[in-house]
Design a protein around this ligand. Sequence first.
Ligand code: SAM
Length: 329
Amino acid sequence: MIDPFGRKITYLRVSVTDRCNLRCSYCMAEDMVFLPKAEILSLEELERICSVFIGLGVRKLRITGGEPLVRRGVMTLFESLGQHLASGALGELTLTTNGTQLAKYARQLAACGVRRVNVSLDTRDPVKFKELTRGGRIGEVMEGLDAATDAGLAVKINTVALRGINDGEFDDLIAWCGERGFDLTFIETMPMGEIEADRTDHYLPLVELRPQLARRWTLTDLSDDTGGPARYARIAETGRRIGFITPMSHNFCEGCNRVRLTCTGHLYMCLGQDDSADLRAAVRASESDIPLIAAIEGAVARKPKGHDFIIDPATQRPSVDRHMSVTGG
Ligand code: SAM
């Protein structure tokens, strides 16, 4: 699949649920209303859509949410998708998780062929964690990380940089990731979905962070390119990689290789734009994959050149109405 700007689409991110057991304040509203079950694709429908994407050239699948590991029966999806790894049709199957369920599932994930997990963790302070996630227990994440390591999964920690919340902890996080053998990626807050708080208060452009880190750590740029908005460096003192995801202060849309499927079957061609294609209608319309393939190809042909995220202090409106938990981070 090649889009109108010559970009090859080889990466699909799939949100398997909009539900989450945490309520991170920058991500969700406290009284978040979740989608009715009837609107959500079944695991079989998700598997069918993913298989069609693989047939069309997708080599990397990332399962996300909401919290993917709270979806009942989600391991059956990993098992069936793992078969595409075994056949060589798929190059990588991975997930983004808050880590709270990894103690239960890390071993099974590894058995399905998952080799790497991204675990979101914005603070190591148990009190701050509880506050930021509105009730989360950090001990569950730490147990999950131990289980992931024991199962042989490589771990990357994702940390949203939040001014006034975790900006005093970055050195500690780098050192801890070094000790644990984890890579670490910092993410800028993106204006997605209504939340109670004002995001502009906590927005921390990562262009500011990098020189600050360079005072304590020796960073060497790496050319690793995932086709995403992250840029990586090696930290000499820990030997680990550090990433910076800067959709706001820099975007890297020209190399974008990905599309995103929501749990309701909407395919978004860009995280920061509203256009989508309804794959649920296509998958439910026929047992044949032909309408589904046509819908996917039609959508890729409309992939926009780039996003136009802005945090507008004047209007206080998010630039995209969907929460990250709907499209999948
Ligand atoms: N529950 C899983 C997790 O915690 O990783 C997967 C979904 S979560 C929406 C994916 C990632 O998006 C998390 O790292 C989260 O911190 C990040 N995220 C959520 N809302 C965001 C926002 N408005 N701006 C930037 N990152 C956000």
